[in-house]
Structures are given as C-alpha cells and as structure tokens.
Design a binder for this molecule. Structure first.
Ligand code: MOS
Length: 734
C-alpha cells in the first residue's frame, strides 16, 4: 500500500477538476438554483444600533404588488436555537423586539419576484426606542471577557523577566475591522416538502448548517439536505449559519413555496460576520545580543452583543519563539456591532502583525538584522509543549526566501535606499501558523467499469479541495485521474469537516486515505480465499496499487485488476468508509505543527504625497507535503492579496453616533485590485509532516499572515516611520 513517502504528487501542477465548469459558466452556484413557483425574499434592517422596536408598520408592504407575506418578530413563529458552538448560528432572528446592532434584520418580505419583494420592503416603517450604543473598543461601559477560549498561555515569569531585562520594548498595535467580501453574494434557496427541507447555500460546512436548521425548525436532521457544490468565495464567512439562511427557510415554510434570498452587497457587510478590530500590547525583554527573555502579548478584540467568536490573537506569541518567559492573554469587549467572525487566518492575521512588527522594532533597537534576530530565537522544539515539532522548516523559509528576494542587497539604515522620488523599503516577517485538524469521514467506491467515486460532505470554497482530493484518491487507488470522481457539497454524503482553519486538507485527506486503504483491504478480503488470485492471502502492507491493479509489492506482474476481481466475484462495486481524527500529541510525542512561512516585500513610498506602492512579494512556505503545487501556489497568492488588503486598504468604518457602517459598498470599502497587486513569487520548502499519514499541513490561510507586518516593516525601512495601525493609508503616512 502506498505510504506517506510514496505518495508522488509533490510538484504536480494539475489543473482544477472544476475549472472548465467554472470558466464556462456551467458551475451552479447557490444563486443559480431555481424551482418552479420560486418566490423571493427581501430583508429590512434596523437603522439603530441599540434599543427596541416600538412600531412596525407593514400595512403598505402587505398590499404591495406580488407580496405573499411580511414576517416580523410579531408574527414569526417561535423557533428553536442552533447548538451554541463557536461556528454555529447566531441567535435565531425575528424572535423579539431587541436591537443589538445597526443592520439587524427586523422584517422580511416574501413576494413573487425579487423586485416586488425589494420594493415592498422599502414600504415598511419602523420606530425604535433607542439606547446609546456601545461602539468603541475603548468604551469603559463595554463588557470585558477575559480568556474567552481558555487559550491564554504562560510559562516562566514574564513580569519578573521584563523587569530585569537588559533591553525592554513596549508598543501597542491596532488593526481595523475587515469585511470578508466574497465575490459571490451569499444566497439561500430553500424548499420544503412536508418536514423535509432542501437548502442551497453559500456555506463552508454543509453538516453544521444541516444541524442548525434541524434544531431551529425542530425537524429531523435526516430530512434536511444542504447543497453547496460551488461557493462563490468564503474566507470564513461561510462557516456559520447566518440569520438570513434561517429566514429564507422560514419564508419558504410560511408561504408554502420555495424561496430564494440573495443578500445585497451592503447586507454582506452586516450579515455574514467580519474580522474584528484589535488593540494589542506587546512587551518584550531581551538581552543586548538579541535573545528574548520575556514576551508579553495582550490582545483585545471586539465582539457582538450576543454569542461568541473564536479569534485568538495573542496565542501567536506562545509558540513563535524560544523565549523562556511568556504570557499571552486574549480579551474581548462586547459592542453594538455586527457579528464578528472568522476571516481568513482569524486571530493569527492580527496577532502576527503585532508580534512581527515588534520583532522588527527590536531589531532596530539592537542593531541586529531582522532575520538574524529571529534565528537567534528560533524555536527548535515547540516552546510551550517542549515536544519536537512534527515538522518545521521555518529556518529554510528564511534562507530560501531571503535568497530569492535578494535580502542581502538591503542597506540596514532606514531611508537609505531610493529610486528618484521614491524611497525603497525592504521588510520581512516570519509566520508560525496554528495547527488545526477537524474529524472527518469519507467513502470510496470502485465500480465494475474501473472508475472510482470518493465522497464526503465537504465544500470546495475555491481552495482546490476538489482537485487535490481527486488526485489523492487516484494516487491511493492506483488509478488515472480521469477515472476518479470526487463528490462533495452535499450534506447527505459521509459527514465532512468544515472548509476552515486550514484543516480540511489534513482532515479530509486523512479520511480519504483511510477510505482508500480500507477499499483496497476490501478487495484483498474478497480474494483472500480465492486460490486463482495472485493476491490470495495478501495483507495490505504487502501490496501496491498502480494502473487500476493491486499487485504484490516488488512483483508488479503478480496482481489483479479491480475490474477482474469484481467480475470474478460477481460484484457490481465495492465501497469502504474512512474516518480521521487528529492524533494525540503526547501519545505521538510530537507537537503538531501548522505551516510556517517567511514573507518578504519591497515597497516604494513617496513621502511627500503619502503614496505607498507595493513592488514585489516573495513568500517561502513550509506546508508539509504539497499535494498540488499549482493550487497551493494559488492559495498563497490569493491569501497574499487578502494580506495586502488588510495592510493597505481594508477598514470597516462605523459612524460613531449611529453605529452604521458607512462604507458598506465596494465603492467605499477598498479592496486590492489588479493595479495594487505586484509580482508575487511563492516557493514551498520543507518535508512531509509527521503528524498525519499523508504529511500535509494547510495552505488556506497562511498566505494572508505576515503580509501586514512585512509591509509595515518595509514602510519603516523606507521612511523611518513606524506605523503601528493597519491599514497603512495615506493619512497615516503623511
Ligand atoms: Mo477560514 S477563516 O477558517 O475559512
């Protein structure tokens, strides 16, 4: 059987299996689904951030053309609640008159067409009894939650070590709220058949959505089917069951017809969560020769009034460096803001900006090259667990990245490199990303025509999951790629993990690995007592697979094809299931490693005009075994663009009086466009990871991490100005 060292997919730039469907428009996104007799819903949102609804006049809307129903908290049925987990649903909408944020849904209109629903929604009048919203992260009235996830960490005595350190550094960093902004407007199409519900949705986790909807509507989970074969971008926004999804299902139940609900772009800013704002204080103690003796990282993030959000920022400082005295603390403050939620590298994106900016500042204080400072504090073992890493090529990331970038050409003095009016800056940041893997299952079937069908209820949100799992299945079964179909995006398939936390390739990949091994075992079981089979009596570790055949290891001629075995035993197909659960670090004696990276950027700054231009980005990434270099590279490139947005453009602006997001359109909320995105080079280094049998780590999120610090560090190198707040906009540079 193929072992981890034999899986031969490294470096293969296989095209996306779903690429032709996407570029020809044949891929059906949630918005593309329709039903006969489809009705449409439109939403009405609160225009205050805190208080109660005192009056809702729906009479004009009710008599507006085409209107089938107007639903508010006054006439909505009492609904259930989804499980109260980190990634499940916010409180069920339209259940009472309380308002917690500007943009909260207060009514829904269902009509024959989308235009009729939208027009009628505008006729609804609402009055509110306002209370003064709490909107500022520094507002002393805001409820403060300490250690919300039990992830605060400490070792040694950071305070004492800070007090006695030869060199002390302290600074506060801030990052703005960011909006996920997937291109695909989140859409739900819901259709009931009795107590059975079918939902097409922009979800990253069909299984979780199914559970949530079953609980909310008190129907059997087995009758709820969630379909999401194509998702128009997610980045974390699709991990929760958002209120509009529940409302679409409620609308369909109310009018007895299938209903489609498409969020508008402004509704995307209030309805699908956002990356929290942060305030982070870093304190570092070091020796004069650059050894960290103390690291203290306290982060405060924002949180909506109800429910939770998992977004640890300070945890990045726990394991990034071999510092003996460390304290990391995360805190949240509750505000009258829209839902805070995962957005590509939640927590790490902001935490890394603070830590890697602080390390850069320290490098100037000490007069040590930024890479050298990091190498002097290199964590050879996991500094908190004390266990060897399951893999760690961060040192190679620094070396290979620096080489490719030409770091040696950097003159250390800020402001010393220039090209005409432009000041040139080189900046870098290291990345130690968190490890995550969720439990997952898959099934694998081999059919008498020699093709395989491998299945799991996961989604491919554009990351390439579909492609790499097809490749992996083909490799593990010894089949050509064309003979393997991977099926996903359907909650009726074997339960799958979320496409999130950069953990799907490992979680699903290991489930596929198990399913394919079990399938080969099922074939061996079939021929075990067959004296005519060259494989009779063979164990799994005595065989290999290739060309649609199983053969004895070392003797390719002594084997049998899958199709011959099926035919000889009168079988139409064989199926096997596989499951993966993460290993136990202590049992394995290994600290599970996430991906590592080193990011290098060159910026150009015109100090008189406050212009900041990114000239190039070089990324060296250790993500363990790379299943498909082409799609993995795309992940890093895409993540880098997200990082550029966070560093230079993206900022949710909230009106301090009303709590309204004032820039909730693509005209006002800036995200990088092609002209903002320079040449980007990506190189993968490292070896297969030892924590899971297929040797992979995630590439979904690390691409975003480190770009903020690398750009801020490059801006400092170019200008001598230290910008500790993202995004670095013109006003902050002038
Ligand atoms: Mo990602 S924020 O885990 O989709």
């Amino acid at each position: 059987m193929t072992t981890v060292e034999q899986i031969g997919l490294v470096g293969e730039g296989v095209d996306r299996v779903d690429g032709p469907l996407k570029v020809t428009g044949a891929a059906d996104y949630p918005n593309d689904f329709s039903y006969p007799d489809l009705a449409h819903a439109a939403l009405v949102r609160s225009t205050v951030a805190a208080g109660r609804i005192t009056r809702l006049d729906i009479s004009a809307a009710q008599t507006s053309p085409g209107v089938l129903a107007v639903i508010t908290h006054r006439n909505a049925p009492v609904l259930g609640r989804a499980p109260d987990t980190f990634l499940s649903a916010p409180p069920t909408p339209l259940q009472d008159d309380r308002i917690h944020y500007h943009g909260q849904y207060v009514a829904m209109v269902v009509a024959g067409t989308a235009e009729e629903a939208t027009a009628a929604a505008r006729l609804i009048e609402a009055d509110y009894e306002k209370t003064e919203p709490i909107l500022d992260i520094h507002d002393p009235r805001a409820e403060l939650i300490t250690d919300p996830w039990g992830l605060d960490a400490s070792r040694g005595d950071a305070e004492a070590a800070l007090a006695s350190a030869e060199v002390r550094f302290e600074a506060t960093y801030t990052t703005a709220g960011n909006a996920n902004s997937p291109m695909g407007l989140f859409t739900t199409v819901a259709a009931w058949d009795g107590d059975a519900l079918t939902v097409h949705d922009s979800t990253q986790w069909p299984g979780s959505l199914r559970t949530a909807l079953a609980r909310v509507f008190a129907v059997p989970e087995s009758g709820v089917r969630v379909l999401a074969p194509f998702v128009g971008g997610g980045f974390g926004a699709g991990l929760r069951t958002w209120p509009h999804v529940i409302l679409a299902a409620l609308a369909a139940r109310t009018v007895g017809r299938p209903v489609k609900l498409v969020l508008t772009r402004p509704e995307m800013f209030t309805g699908i969560g956002h990356r929290t704002e942060t305030v982070q204080r870093l304190r570092i103690g070091a020796t004069r020769d650059g050894r960290l003796v103390a690291l203290d990282h306290e982060s405060t993030t924002t949180l909506q009034m109800e429910g939770n959000n998992l977004e640890p920022c300070a945890t990045v400082s726990e394991s990034a460096y071999a510092c003996p005295n460390v304290s990391t603390r995360d805190r949240q403050v509750r505000l009258n803001i829209t839902w805070c939620n995962s957005m590509r590298a939640p927590g790490d994106a902001q935490g890394n900006f603070a830590l890697e900016s602080a390390m850069d500042e320290l490098s100037y204080t000490l007069g040590i090259d930024p890479i050298e400072l990091r190498l002097r504090n290199y964590a050879d073992v996991h500094p908190q667990l004390g266990l060897p890493w399951s893999s760690n090529a961060l040192r190679e990331c620094y070396e290979v990245g620096a080489d490719l970038f030409g770091w040696s050409r950097r003159r250390p003095e800020p402001g010393s490199m220039r090209d005409g009016d432009w000041l040139i800056g080189y900046g870098m940041a290291g990345v130690s990303f968190f490890w995550y893997q969720a439990p997952c299952t898959a099934s694998a079937t081999l059919r008498k025509d020699g093709t395989a069908l491998v299945r799991s209820a996961v989604t491919d949100i554009g990351t390439g999951t579909w492609t790499v799992m097809t490749q992996l299945s083909a490799e593990l079964l010894g089949l050509d790629l064309e003979r393997v179909t991977f099926e996903l995006g359907d909650s009726d398939l074997p339960p799958g993990a979320q496409a999130g936390g950069s953990g799907l390739t490992a979680g699903l990949g290991n489930a596929v690995h198990a399913a394919c091994r079990n399938l080969v075992q099922a074939f061996l079981d079939t021929v075990r007592d067959d004296p005519t089979s060259p494989l009779a009596g063979c164990a799994l570790d005595e065989v290999g697979v290739d060309g649609g055949r199983i053969h004895r290891t070392g003797s390719p001629e002594r084997g049998e094809s899958y199709t011959d075995i099926l035919a000889a035993h009168g079988l139409a197909e064989l199926t096997a299931d596989g499951a993966s659960t993460p290993n136990d670090p202590q049992e394995l004696g290994l600290a599970p490693a996430g991906p590592f990276g080193a990011r290098f950027v060159e910026v150009r700054v015109d100090p008189e005009l406050g212009l900041l231009r990114l000239a190039r980005v070089v990324s060296a990434i250790d993500a363990g075994r790379i299943l498909n270099e082409k799609t993995a590279t795309s992940q890093i490139i895409g993540g880098t663009v997200g990082g550029i947005g966070m560093a230079m453009f993206e900022e949710i602006v909230t009106d301090p009086g009303s709590g309204r997001i004032t820039n909730a359109t693509f005209g006002d909320y800036l995200i990088p466009v092609n002209a903002d995105v320079p040449d980007m080079q990506v190189v993968f280094v490292g070896r297969p990871d030892r924590f899971n049998p297929i040797g992979v780590k995630g590439v979904g999120e690390i691409g975003l991490v480190g770009i903020g610090a690398a750009i801020a560090n490059a801006v400092h190198h170019a200008t001598g100005r230290r910008i500790r707040s993202l995004p670095i906009t013109i006003d902050r540079l002038l």
